[in-house]
Write a protein that binds this ligand. Structure first.
Ligand code: PXL
Length: 284
């Protein structure tokens, strides 16, 4: 696979920011994002939106961060450190989404602005625990998706956001068209959960062209954090200046290897593992 150029030692590396929740089990959310950013050679900055009480068996509590504290983390980083791209994950409430959208306009994050934005519309944990309040769906649809450079839902999230149940290629295309019409510059409808396909067929759409990427599906119970890892890898590639289709090609290879090398942890679902990266030779 093609890798991003490594961070030059002793010099300031490319920076990116994750706007997401924490997972005390270290599998998903901020922990997953920072692992991928570090291993992709990108300095990861963090705006925490919520703290989850979580292990490999599930989420048993959520503590949300005040919206102005979320916005403050973003503002203080962008105006000092500077970032090449940002991504959102678990956002918890409509008020947090509204605060992010407002500060994004102020500091230049989002489509048609200097800093591209990957929106991973996290709605629930893999065990079904709600991570985005029902009241937040309007803010997600009407405010955040319209500023996304790329929005990256899985099929459950597609159904919640668009009402479309994806069962085949036609309905996957219909969902991508609907997400694009909501205002996202690019819509990525991930096919990892599409059981009618032996592959993991992802579909990317920009209002003109459909790009289909078929990848090997790796069957494992240890895929916690896979969506976060894909979105973070795309964010790193965008921070490096790659186009959205090239960022997806990079990220899809990255997450496929991370799922291949996932490991068991606790009594439940273990995390995907981007540490395969450190056993690869650096590119010339
Ligand atoms: O993988 C989605 C996700 C994102 N962020 C946090 C999570 C989860 C899933 O459990 O806990 C904090």
């Amino acid at each position: 696979m093609k890798l991003l150029p490594p961070a030059p030692l002793g010099q300031t590396p490319v920076r990116a920011m994750t706007i997401a929740g924490t997972d005390s089990g270290g599998g998903a959310g901020v922990a997953a994002d920072l692992r991928t950013m570090a291993l992709a050679g990108v300095h990861g900055c963090v705006a925490v939106t919520a703290v989850t009480v979580q292990n490999t068996l599930g989420v048993s509590g959520v503590h949300t961060i005040p919206p102005e504290t979320v916005a403050g983390q973003i503002r203080t980083v962008v105006t000092d450190i500077g970032i090449g791209a940002a991504k959102t994950g678990m956002l918890a409430t409509g008020a947090i989404i509204d605060a992010i959208v407002d500060v994004a306009a102020e500091v230049g994050i989002g489509r048609d602005r200097p800093i591209p934005l990957v929106v991973d519309p996290v709605c629930a944990s893999m065990h079904g625990h709600q991570l985005l309040a029902t009241e937040a769906m309007d803010s997600l649809r009407e405010r955040l998706i319209p500023i996304a450079t790329v929005v990256t839902p899985n099929l459950d999230e597609v159904a919640l956001i668009t009402g479309i149940t994806v069962v085949d290629q036609d309905s996957q295309r219909a969902a991508a068209i609907e997400l694009h019409s909501m205002g996202a510059q690019w819509a990525l409808v991930k096919g990892g959960h599409l059981r009618s396909s032996p592959f993991s067929p992802d579909l990317l759409y920009d209002g003109e062209t459909f790009l289909e990427l078929d990848h090997e599906r790796i069957d494992t119970p240890h895929d916690h954090g896979a969506g976060d890892t894909l979105a973070s890898a795309m964010c790193c590639a965008l921070a490096h200046g790659l186009s959205v289709p090239d960022a997806l090609r990079f990220a899809k290879d990255w997450v496929t290897e991370s799922i291949r090398w996932s490991y068991p942890l606790g009594a439940g679902h273990g995390p995907v593992n981007p540490l395969w990266r450190v056993s690869e030779p650096l590119p010339d």
